[in-house]
Design a protein around this ligand. Structure first.
Ligand SMILES: Nc1nc2c(ncn2[C@@H]2O[C@H](COP(=O)(O)OP(=O)(O)O)[C@@H](O)[C@H]2O)c(=O)[nH]1
Ligand SMILES: [Mg+2]
Ligand SMILES: [Zn+2]
Length: 361
């Protein structure tokens, strides 16, 4: 009976043989025909909204996703047999102004009549990490992770060299997205002492953790920082994000698709973020190397507010709308000259301000 139904459909369909019939749990597929067949059987009232109305409870967490598909981990209470499963994403879900889903998202998964699991709705986000990412045409807002408690900005003490630029951007992104930031300086085995700029961040009140995957240094401190939280690891490619995951839990199978399984050009696999559950109630979203972090929702004139060290001097400038770039009587420039402000932080401020001004057109 089921077989006949399928044959009839095949005749009408212009789509090639569906290999996923043999192994439905296989990798992501962009077979939209399967998607539509699953959706067409749903009565209209089952289409929920993004975000979900409060009376619909979510029952799963997104692990990773492609355009039309998501890997989710079902909540234990939902009684699902397989804990991690591949779902279709209801294509009638409204796309937010950023990407539709991200690892860490809470979703409602339901089965359609054929037993396909379908993501029907997305729960409200308590935090989000967003960026403007370059895309085929112009830029696009991209949701990197959702519902995270901690943004662990990973940098290397050396190889690649410690550079504060991206760290400063991530600190702003964390504030914008309601996520607590922390800094991890990895590869400490390669240096005799901590890079000098690290103290700037300690003075800003940011928790700093110095680690080495080679010697195991600092891993216990890192572990206690991450326990009972969902964290996102972010930073330049090659600083050791994936290695830290393996060092924290050697059992975990880390997927690194950036280089090997490249889409077209290795470094552009931007959507390969994935949620890992490590031993000891540690949940981490590993992101592929992020080289640039476009900020959203912040204008050039507000930027100083996101640099607490700069803002603390800004109140004493002669002009209330001082940009701290060239004005006479600027207290920030005076602090810089008097070595009360780290030149690297001021350089970041200036650089970010310039890009925000050019974004503004
Ligand atoms: N010396 C040293 N090398 C490391 C350390 N952590 C990672 N690496 C190496 O750095 C390279 C990049 O690591 P990977 O985890 O892929 O970086 P990711 O791109 O941030 O995920 C690999 O060759 C790792 O073996 C460390 O603590 N010390
Ligand atoms: Mg990696
Ligand atoms: Zn000023």
């Amino acid at each position: 009976m089921a077989k006949r139904k399928r044959l009839e459909k095949k005749k009408r369909s212009t789509v090639r043989e569906r290999q996923w019939d043999q192994k439905p749990e296989a990798d992501f597929s962009h077979d939209l025909a399967r998607h539509r067949r699953a959706l067409v059987k749903l009565p209209e009232h089952t289409v929920y909204r993004n975000p979900l109305p409060a009376h619909f409870a979510t029952n799963a967490t997104v692990v990773s996703h492609a355009r039309k598909w998501a890997f989710v981990r079902m909540d234990k209470e939902s009684g699902a047999a397989a804990e991690t499963q591949l779902c279709l994403i209801d294509e009638r879900l409204d796309e937010d102004d950023a990407s539709l889903l991200a690892p860490g998202d809470r979703v409602l998964v339901e089965q359609d009549q054929d037993g396909n699991d379908v993501v029907r709705g997305i729960g409200e986000r308590k935090s989000r990490l967003l960026r403007y990412a370059p895309r085929h045409r112009g830029v696009e807002k991209q949701l990197i992770a959702a519902n995270v408690d901690l943004l662990l900005i990973v940098a290397a003490a050396a190889r690649p060299p410690f550079r504060p630029g991206l760290i400063d951007r991530f600190l702003i992104a964390a504030r914008l997205g309601d996520v607590e930031p922390a800094l991890c300086v990895n590869k400490m085995d390669l240096v005799d002492k901590e890079p000098e700029h690290v103290s700037i961040y300690r003075e800003l009140g940011i928790q700093v953790c110095s680690t080495s995957c080679v010697t195991g240094r600092g891993l216990e401190t890192l572990r206690s920082l991450l326990t009972n939280k969902i964290s996102v690891f972010a930073g330049h490619s090659g600083v050791g994000k994936s290695s830290l995951l393996c060092a924290l839990d050697p059992q975990v199978r880390v997927f690194t698709r950036e280089v090997s399984e490249a889409t077209q050009r290795g470094k552009h696999a931007t959507t390969a973020s994935r949620l890992y559950e490590l031993h000891g109630n540690i949940r981490v979203i590993d992101t592929p190397g992020i080289r640039t972090l476009g900020l959203w929702n912040v204008g050039p004139d507000e930027l100083a507010l996101y640099f607490p060290d700069i803002a603390s001097f800004g109140g004493d400038c002669r002009f209330r709308n001082c940009t701290h770039i060239h004005e006479p009587g600027c207290a920030v420039l005076a602090a810089l000259a008097g070595e009360q402000l780290a030149p690297e932080r001021y350089a970041s401020y200036k650089r970010i301000r310039e890009t925000l001004e050019s974004d503004d057109r």
